[in-house]
Design a protein around this ligand. Structure first.
Ligand code: SAH
Length: 341
C-alpha cells in the first residue's frame, strides 16, 4: 500500500479529487499531519466514509525517536527511525534568539568529504519531503520546545535531493503547517553549482551556506572530492551571482583542520578570495571523527584565523561548539548505533 505522505501536495489533491473530494480537504489533511496525526481516524473533520476509504488505500507513516541524548548545554540529539528501518539524525540547539533544529536530507551521503562521518558508508537513499518535515514535527513534539529556526546541515547534501528539498521547504513554510519563515531557514551545500543557481531562483528568501573549507583548488580537492567537478573559480562565480540575484549574504563554512587549512597563509588566501563579497565566514574547529585521523585546529589558531579575516575586511566568527558530550559531529551517532552498514 502507498503512503499518503509520500505524495506531493499536488498529488494528494489529485488523489482526493479522484475520490470525489474538493481541494480544501487536502489542506485539512495537511493540518492534521502537521499536528502529528498518526492515522486517518483521528481526522475528525473528515467524513467517516472518506476516512475509511483513505485508510483502505493508504498508510500514514511517521518517524520514531530511537534515541534522545540531552547534553549538559541543553543541546538535544535525536536518532530518528524511518519506516524502512534506516535512521537519520537531528540536533536541537538552544540559542538566545530561539530554538534551532538541524536536520538530515539523505540517508548517508555520497559527496565523500574526507573529514565527515556522514559520508563513510556512502548514500543509501534520499529522504522524502515528508520525512524531512517529520524530523521537525517529531523533534518539536518530543522536546516540548517551539522550534523557530531550521538548518539543513545534518546528514546528506540538500542539492543532491533537490525536488524533495523544494517540496519540503514549501510544506514547512505553509501557515497551515509549521509556518516557518523562509528567513529563519538555512540550507547548506558542499558547492553543487547548478543547485546554487536553481536555489537563487526558487527560494531567494532562504539563507544559503556554502561549505568552502579551503581557499585554493588543490587544497579543496584533497578535502572535498566534489571540488573536482565543481571547481573553486566557478563556485565563486556562482556565489557572486547568487548574492547579486538575491541581495542576500552567503555564509561560508570553513572547518579548521590542524596542519591542513589553518595557517596564516590559508587565512590570507581566503581573505583575498572573499574580499568585497556579501558574505560571512563561519569558522568551525573540526569535530574529530576517529576513522579520518584528522585533528582539530587549536583554539589559538582559530582565533588568529578569525582575527586575520576580520582585519582584512572579511566578517568572520568562530562557531560555538555545542553538544560535545553527545557525539555532536554529524553522522557519529548513527554510525555508533551501527545504522549505516
Ligand atoms: N552537505 C552539506 C550539508 C551537510 S554538512 C554541506 O556540505 O554543506 C554541514 C556542515 O558540517 C558542512 O559545512 C560540513 O563540511 C561540516 N562538517 C562535516 N563534518 C564535520 C566535522 N567532523 N567537523 C566539523 N564540521 C564538519
Amino acid at each position: 500500500m502507498k503512503d499518503f505522505k509520500d505524495l506531493t501536495r499536488e498529488e494528494r489533491r489529485a488523489a482526493l479529487k479522484a475520490l470525489g473530494q474538493q481541494s480544501f480537504r487536502e489542506g485539512q489533511i495537511f493540518e492534521w499531519i502537521c499536528r502529528g496525526a498518526r492515522s486517518f481516524d483521528e481526522m475528525s473533520n473528515l467524513s467517516k466514509e472518506l476516512r475509511a476509504s483513505l485508510s483502505d488505500s493508504y498508510t500514514l507513516g511517521s518517524l520514531s525517536v530511537e534515541v534522545e541524548q540531552i547534553s549538559s548545554d541543553g543541546t538535544r540529539k535525536y536518532l530518528l527511525g524511518l519506516p524502512d528501518g534506516n535512521s537519520v539524525e537531528a540536533v536541537l540547539m538552544r540559542y538566545e534568539y530561539g530554538n534551532s533544529l538541524c536536520i538530515s536530507t539523505q540517508v548517508g551521503c555520497r559527496m565523500g568529504c574526507s573529514f565527515c562521518a556522514s559520508t563513510i558508508g556512502g548514500k543509501l537513499r534520499d529522504l522524502k519531503a515528508w520525512e524531512m518535515l517529520d524530523e521537525f514535527l517529531v523533534c518539536q513534539e518530543r522536546s516540548g520546545l517551539k522550534l523557530n529556526h531550521l538548518v539543513l546541515m545534518g546528514i546528506g547534501e540538500p542539492f543532491d535531493n533537490y525536488a524533495n528539498l523544494c517540496e519540503f521547504l514549501r510544506q514547512i513554510h505553509d501557515p497551515k503547517g509549521p509556518g516557518l519563515s523562509y528567513r529563519n531557514i538555512t540550507v547548506s551545500t558542499c558547492g553543487l553549482i547548478p543547485g546554487i543557481a536553481d536555489f537563487a531562483r526558487d527560494f531567494p528568501q532562504v539563507n544559503l551556506a556554502v561549505s568552502l573549507h579551503a581557499s585554493d583548488q588543490e587544497e579543496r580537492e584533497k578535502l572535498m572530492p566534489v571540488a573536482k567537478a565543481y571547481r573553486l573559480p566557478e563556485l565563486m562565480d556562482a556565489c557572486r551571482s547568487y548574492t547579486e540575484a538575491t541581495g542576500r549574504r552567503i555564509s561560508f563554512e570553513y572547518t579548521l583542520i590542524a596542519g591542513k587549512n589553518d595557517s596564516e597563509e590559508d587565512a590570507a588566501r581566503l581573505a583575498r578570495l572573499l574580499r568585497g563579497m556579501l558574505c560571512h565566514v563561519n569558522l568551525i574547529r573540526l569535530n574529530p571523527v576517529r576513522e579520518t585521523g584528522l585533528r582539530s585546529a587549536e583554539q589559538g589558531k582559530a582565533q588568529a584565523f578569525r582575527d586575520y579575516l576580520e582585519s582584512h575586511g572579511v566578517p568572520a566568527s568562530i562557531r560555538r561548539t555545542l553538544g560535545q558530550d553527545i557525539d555532536a559531529a554529524c553522522g557519529q551517532l548513527r554510525k555508533k548505533m551501527g545504522q549505516d552498514f
